[in-house]
Design a protein around this ligand. Sequence first.
Ligand code: HPA
Length: 270
Amino acid sequence: MWQKINNTCDFLKSRTALRPKVAIILGTGLGDLAKNIEVADKIPYSEIPNFKTSTVAGHQGCLLFGYLEGVQVMAMQGRLHYYEGYSMSEITFPERVMKVFGIETLIVSNAAGGLNPEFVPGDIMFITDHLNMFPEHPLRGPNIEELGTRFPDMGDAYNKKLIAKAEEIAAKHNIPYKKGVYVGTQGPSFETLAEYRYFHKIGGDTVGMSTVPEVIVAHHAGIKCFGISIVANVGLDANINEVSHDEVQENTKKAQANLSVLIKDLIKFC
Ligand code: HPA
């Protein structure tokens, strides 16, 4: 595994002259942000040794190297999900490569179901913590000592300084936000109403099918993580939170614009 990580890293270094310290996983909600990246090198996952391609038709994925607000970034356009059938180590391989490449900060976004009854579609939530409900742990198996310790502490998995900085930026731009706990599940089905209630009861504020594996592996390797959920739907009680499709789209659009402003400022502090 260690050899594979290094081979992939060497390949990437031969394909780009850039040496970013920040990586962004462009999940749902960061599409707008992608447009702001001045792309220098774009490498399809299919050309990268040991990378898997997304099984979603037409979305095989690309790794971008470029500049965002003058700051060098590596950006994953398209991510892999556990529900596609990949193993946890396949899903999180890119984060291991990031570490060896020299990435120090990872910014990750997702679309999620809202569990907190105070949330409405279109809300932005800064992830302060997570509940790992995946059936397999991404660090299961031999530990790669070069990357991190066997039993990593998870108390600061979502970097508190980055959250504080994001809050400061949001206040400066009048951007509304929530903070809370993301529940990571395997999917691909959405939750039953009982499951939504259960995940809220055990402390979750949003629920989705990504982010947790990537953050665990990145944090294990000492990469600082900042995560955001965009609330796509509110699952707790469909009747109370009935929202029109147009409204959801409008809210999501607004959230995307706000997210772009936020990340463009935040990246200067990474
Ligand atoms: N559950 C899980 N994943 C999701 C949801 C949800 O309600 N909405 C968007 N992604």
